[in-house]
Write a protein that binds this ligand. Structure first.
Ligand code: MTE
Length: 320
């Protein structure tokens, strides 16, 4: 059993900052991010890493280019959530260098007619790579716009031929203590597991993602393969996936198990459903919105209204 779960946007036990000051402290850190990170060398390290990272050629898909200005590479690669490498935003950039992303295999099984175990390079070749600029909205109240590279998850689903009773897809990510120092913390019951309903997974927006900004994914962003589900809160977009299992019943997901009243299975971005401890009506765009800038309004389904039909007839306050 987990004894104490430091949740999103909650101070760590080691922090003594009173809760009411935490938000402003974090915003201050956002505002100062460039300077602070440069001072620690993290942003420089991220850029140096980018200089030698292999390119991942992809066709830009005009249908999926959000009208947003892309977030600066330095922000997208140094302000991360990847608890396997620590709980602070700069921990993944500082510690994910230990993650070994090749060789890497992904097992795809469960309720499918043709289960597969694929080497990451074979998985990458399964369908043509596309570049898409998606907004990613974190449940903590910040967002980014990132040029991801990948192909629709539906392309993979087609290959394994889901059986008639497959209703959900479970994504399990790597949990290796030797490579991931954050596993020593019991913040979650590892491994990190996420899930989608099969029709959500097969929606054309759901991207099996291998790269960003023209290159293979940096480790801290979920190399070598992650999910990006742009109409849901960021935690649904599981990083460093090792197993994809088609199931008949709804998978038990890591955040839902840790705090079911706070992190529902659906977790669609919804400005009308507050998190029990904070509003979801607005968000701060990392790198753009400074300390004194007004927050922008969060849009229903994060501005992807085409997914609304997936939830026809469902009470999205109950199924949050
Ligand atoms: N995947 C794993 N394996 N572990 C994590 O801690 N954090 C999630 C998600 N995927 C997480 C994860 C959360 S809370 C968010 S907001 C996004 O990754 C952040 O993605 P980014 O760091 O690339 O912006």
């Amino acid at each position: 059993m987990l004894i104490r779960i430091p949740r999103f946007d909650e101070p760590l036990p080691s922090e003594i900052t009173p809760r009411e000051r935490l938000a402003s402290r974090r915003l201050f850190l956002h505002g100062m991010a460039a300077g602070t990170l440069a001072a620690t060398g993290l942003a420089d390290a991220a850029l140096a890493d980018a200089a030698q990272r292999p390119r991942l050629p992809a066709q830009r898909n005009a249908k999926y280019i959000a009208p947003d200005k892309p977030t600066a590479y330095g922000d997208a690669t140094t302000y991360n959530n990847f608890y396997e490498f620590g709980l602070e935003k700069d921990d993944p950039a500082a510690h994910a260098g230990t993650l070994k992303t090749r060789p890497w295999t992904v097992r795809i099984d469960g309720e499918v007619k043709k289960p597969l175990t694929l080497d990451i390079d074979a998985l990458q070749k399964l369908a043509p790579m596309e570049e898409r600029l998606y907004r990613l909205r974190c449940v903590e109240g910040w967002s980014m716009a990132i040029p991801w590279i990948g192909f629709p998850f539906a392309e993979l689903a087609k290959k394994v031929e889901p059986a008639g009773n497959a209703k959900f897809v479970e994504f399990t990510t790597l949990a290796d203590r030797a490579q991931m120092p954050g596993l020593a913390s019991r913040v979650l019951d590892w491994p990190y597991v996420e899930g989608l309903r099969l029709d959500e997974a097969n929606h054309p927006l759901t991207l099996l993602t291998f790269g960003m900004y023209g290159q293979l994914l940096p480790n801290q962003n979920g190399a070598p393969v992650r999910l990006v589900v742009p109409w849901k809160y960021g935690f649904k977009s599981a990083k460093s996936i090792v197993r994809i299992r088609f199931t008949e019943t709804q998978p038990a997901t890591a955040w839902n198990r840790a705090a079911p009243d706070e992190y529902g299975f659906f977790s669609n971005v919804n400005p009308e459903v507050d998190h029990p401890r904070w509003s979801q009506a607005t968000e701060r765009r990392i790198g753009e919105d400074g300390f004194f800038t007004r927050k922008r309004k969060t849009q229903m389904f994060n501005g992807y209204p085409e997914v609304a039909s997936l939830y026809a007839g469902m009470d999205l306050k109950k199924f949050f």
